[in-house]
Design a protein around this ligand. Structure first.
Ligand code: ZN
Length: 346
C-alpha cells in the first residue's frame, strides 16, 4: 500500500488542473490568461510560476507559489472543481491518502477574491457563508472521487498558527464540529516569519482542545523551521503525529520520547530539501550523512512519508518513495509504520 500521509490541498493544484478550471470558469486572471494574445497559458508556462526553482531557506518563496494558485478560488463551485481534480491526481499517485484542508485560509481567500475585506465579514457569516460551503464542497468532491476510484481518502482540518482573528477561528471551529464525521482529525500548520517560526498561540491551543472532543487525532507541524525544543513543547499537547519533526534529531531525549509515546513523524524529503536546505545539511552532517528519515528510523521513531505540496515542490508521492529508497531509507519499515498509522486513522 502506498499511502501519502502528509499532503495539502492548497499545494495539490497542478498547472493542468488550474488551467482546466480557469477555462471552465473563464478566469482571465493574468496568471492563467495572456490578454495580449487572448489565450490561456500553457501548463508549462504556469508551472514556472507555481513551482520552486531551487532550494531556499526563505520560506516566503514557497508561500508565494501557494498564494498564486489561490487566484482560482473565485467561487465555491471553482473550489469544488479544483478539489475533484486534486483528489483524482492524488488517487493516480497513491493507493490512498490523507489530505489537509486549510479551511480558514481558503474562506479568507474566497472573500478577498470577491474584493471584500475579510475582516469586515462577521465571524458567524465567515463560518456560515464561506467556510461551511467550502467544507461541504471539498468533502463532497472527496466522496465523489473516492467512490469513482475505490481508493480511501481522508480529510484533515488544518488550522494555521498565523491565527489572524480569534473570533473568526472560534466561529469556524463551532461550525466544523457539525461536520466532524467528514474529517479524520486536526492539524496545525502555517508559514510564520517571526522570531519564533512555529508559535502555538494560547487561544489557538484552547480551540484545538475544544475541537478534540470531536476530532481527537491531532497532528502539528513542528521541528521543521525550529529546533527540537519546538517538538518538545508540541509533545505537551499529546499529538499522534508531527509534521516533519526532523529537528528532533538534535536531541536524544526528544527522540526517546517520540519512540516511547509512539508519535509518528511525517517526513517529506523533497520538502525539506527545498525549504530548509541549510538545516538539512547540518542535520545530515551530525548523523554521518544520513538523511533525517533514515536517522529517525535508526532511533526507533515511527515515520511515514508525505509529498507535502506536490505542485510548488515539483514532486509526487511516487517520486518521494523513489527519493527515500535512493537515500537508503528502510522501505519495509516505512511500509509497516505507514500501515500502523493508517490503522490509527481508520
Ligand atoms: Zn505540511
Amino acid at each position: 500500500m502506498q499511502l501519502d500521509l502528509h499532503r495539502h490541498l492548497e499545494g495539490s493544484h497542478s498547472p493542468r488542473a488550474l488551467l482546466e478550471v480557469a477555462r471552465t470558469f473563464d478566469l482571465r486572471h493574468p496568471l492563467f490568461f495572456d490578454a495580449a494574445s487572448a489565450t490561456f497559458r500553457t501548463p508549462e508556462a504556469l508551472a514556472a510560476q507555481l513551482t520552486m526553482a531551487a532550494p531556499s531557506d526563505d520560506a516566503t518563496l514557497f508561500y508565494q507559489c501557494i498564494v498564486k494558485a489561490r487566484a482560482a478560488y473565485v467561487s465555491v463551485e471553482a473550489i469544488r472543481a479544483l478539489s475533484v481534480l486534486a483528489f483524482r491526481e492524488a488517487a493516480d499517485d497513491t493507493d490512498g491518502f490523507e489530505m489537509r484542508l486549510s479551511l480558514f485560509s481558503m474562506a479568507r481567500t474566497l472573500i478577498e477574491n470577491q474584493n471584500l475585506p475579510w475582516r469586515d465579514v462577521r465571524p458567524v457569516d465567515f463560518a456560515e457563508q464561506y467556510a461551511r460551503p467550502i467544507l461541504l464542497a471539498v468533502s463532497s468532491a472527496r466522496d465523489e472521487v473516492q467512490a469513482a476510484t475505490g481508493k480511501p481518502m481522508l480529510l484533515r482540518l488544518g488550522l494555521s498558527r498565523t491565527f489572524e482573528s480569534e473570533p473568526h477561528y472560534r466561529a469556524l471551529a463551532k461550525m466544523v464540529v457539525e461536520h466532524a464525521k467528514a474529517l479524520v482529525g486536526l492539524d496545525v500548520l502555517g508559514i510564520v516569519t517571526g522570531v519564533d517560526k512555529e508559535p502555538l498561540p494560547a487561544p489557538l491551543v484552547e480551540i484545538l482542545e475544544e475541537l478534540r472532543a470531536d476530532l481527537p487525532d491531532l497532528t502539528i507541524h513542528a521541528g521543521e523551521f525550529e529546533g527540537h525544543a519546538s517538538v518538545d513543547r508540541t509533545l505537551a499537547l499529546s499529538p499522534r503525529g508531527i509534521g516533519h519533526g526532523v529537528h528532533s534529531l538534535q536531541s536524544p531525549a526528544t527522540l526517546e520520547r517520540l519512540a516511547k509515546e509512539g508519535v509518528t513523524l511525517e517526513v517529506c524529503p523533497t520538502s525539506n530539501r527545498l525549504l530548509i536546505p541549510t538545516a538539512l545539511g547540518q542535520l545530515m552532517r551530525a548523523h554521518g550523512g544520513a538523511t533525517p528519515l533514515k536517522a529517525l528510523q535508526q532511533a526507533h521513531v515511527h515515520c511515514v512519508l508525505g509529498s507535502d505540496d506536490p505542485t510548488p515542490m515539483g514532486t509526487s508521492f511516487r517520486r518521494e518513495l523513489e527519493v527515500a529508497g535512493a537515500l537508503g531509507v528502510d522501505l519495509q519499515r516505512l511500509e509497516a509504520d505507514m500501515q500502523r498509522r493508517w490503522r490509527e486513522l481508520t
